[in-house]
Design a protein around this ligand. Structure first.
Ligand SMILES: Cc1cc2nc3c(=O)[nH]c(=O)nc-3n(C[C@H](O)[C@H](O)[C@H](O)COP(=O)(O)OP(=O)(O)OC[C@H]3O[C@@H](n4cnc5c(N)ncnc54)[C@H](O)[C@@H]3O)c2cc1C
Length: 319
């Protein structure tokens, strides 16, 4: 049996949407290689997350608990994943692409002597995948030739899995770890509180670029986002300038988003930015330079001074 093991992330027991999308990918792979989907969840909220996940047509949900898994470092997740892989007999281990999975899954691949594909966008068969290269300018088709395989999947490219298809069992795994033996340790978690929707799951995203000129100027982006009930993003130039926090960055080295509507304001459209938003269903660009590359990917473009056009836009929405 060639089972698949998905490592799912959750927030206090609520399974992340990105993991439910990765579950769809896990199901496709399991069908193609003829096995079951199993899942691993870790940390204090793991039992609650497992109760949700077991209703999604998976065979087993493994839970791992203990203080070290509440804010786990990559070494701890490596140990937990190896235990779950052994217990499940999985020949394929995957997770949604995230800063966490990018940290620990390559270690899992190294430990298992497994080939790894990152940011999988499409599954051709159980060993052949499409993934982006060169900041998304090239889509490569890669084949994993090892017996065990590891992948991260780009959640924006897969539908959210739906419940049904049988109820799986929940099994607690014991993964004893001496936190003193780990080479890194969790120090603190700084949460950015926002009342706005998260850009990775928002239906609408408004992003601002260097064209806003300053931190003060960026407020116009926030006002437009609030008028639309949208998430707020930014180009790297804006984050690097310290006008907004880094977690707003969209692009190759930031977040990858694919909302129904993406509005890029005062953003030139460098390939590294486009790599993070070109999957959006409708792209609107507002830029005063008619030659700006962003217009090449935009469905609707407005050549205008953002400080004139955006307030008019907000007024039109509000009225
Ligand atoms: C390895 C690497 C990784 C990178 N990763 C990322 C990434 O993840 N995300 C990312 O965004 N960038 C990334 N970059 C940086 C990227 O190359 C660009 O430098 C950056 O995206 C530019 O940001 P910008 O469009 O806001 O600024 P600019 O390129 O300076 O563009 C500003 C735009 O605003 C317009 N403008 C100015 N004033 C107005 C006005 N009043 N009204 C309307 N329009 C106006 C201008 O015409 C211009 O098009 C990366 C670069 C490298 C080398």
């Amino acid at each position: 049996m060639s089972n698949v093991l998905l490592i799912a992330e959750h927030d206090a027991g609520v399974v992340k949407k990105t993991s439910l999308k990765a579950l769809t990918a896990a199901k496709v792979i399991a069908t193609k290689q003829g096995g079951n989907v199993t899942v691993l969840v870790y940390g204090a909220g793991a039992p609650a997350a497992a109760e949700i996940l077991k209703t999604f047509g998976v065979s087993t949900v493994y839970t791992v608990q203990g203080e070290v898994f509440d804010h786990p470092v990559a070494e701890a997740l490596l140990a937990a994943t190896i235990e779950a892989q052994k217990a499940s007999g999985a020949t394929f281990v995957l997770a949604a692409s995230s800063s966490t999975s990018k940290d620990f899954l390559p270690r899992v691949a190294a430990r298992l002597n497994a080939g790894m594909a990152s940011d999988v966008m499409a599954i051709i068969d159980a060993k052949t995948f499409k993934r982006p290269m060169w900041a998304g300018n090239i889509t490569a088709t890669v084949e994993l030739t090892t017996a065990l395989k590891v992948a991260t999947v780009r959640a924006t490219e897969f539908e959210t899995a739906s419940e049904g298809g049988g109820t799986g069992t929940v099994q607690a795994l014991s993964v004893p770890i001496d936190s003193g033996s780990l080479k890194s340790r969790f120090v603190k978690r700084v949460e950015v509180k926002s009342t706005r929707p998260d850009v990775t799951s928002a239906a609408r995203v408004v992003s601002g670029g260097r064209g806003v000129k300053s931190a003060e100027g960026f407020k116009i982006i926030e006002n437009l986002a609030d008028a639309l009930g949208a998430g707020v993003g930014a180009s790297r130039a804006v984050c690097d300038a310290g006008w907004v926090p880094n977690d707003l960055q969209i692009g190759q080295t930031g977040k990858v988003v694919a909302p129904d509507l993406y509005i890029a304001v005062g953003i030139s459209g460098a390939i590294q930015h486009i790599a993070g938003m070109k999957g959006s269903k409708v792209i609107v660009a507002i830029n005063k330079d008619p030659e700006a590359p962003i217009f090449q990917v935009a469905d609707y473009g407005l050549v205008a001074d953002l400080f004139v056009a955006v307030p008019q836009f907000i007024e039109a929405i509000r009225s």
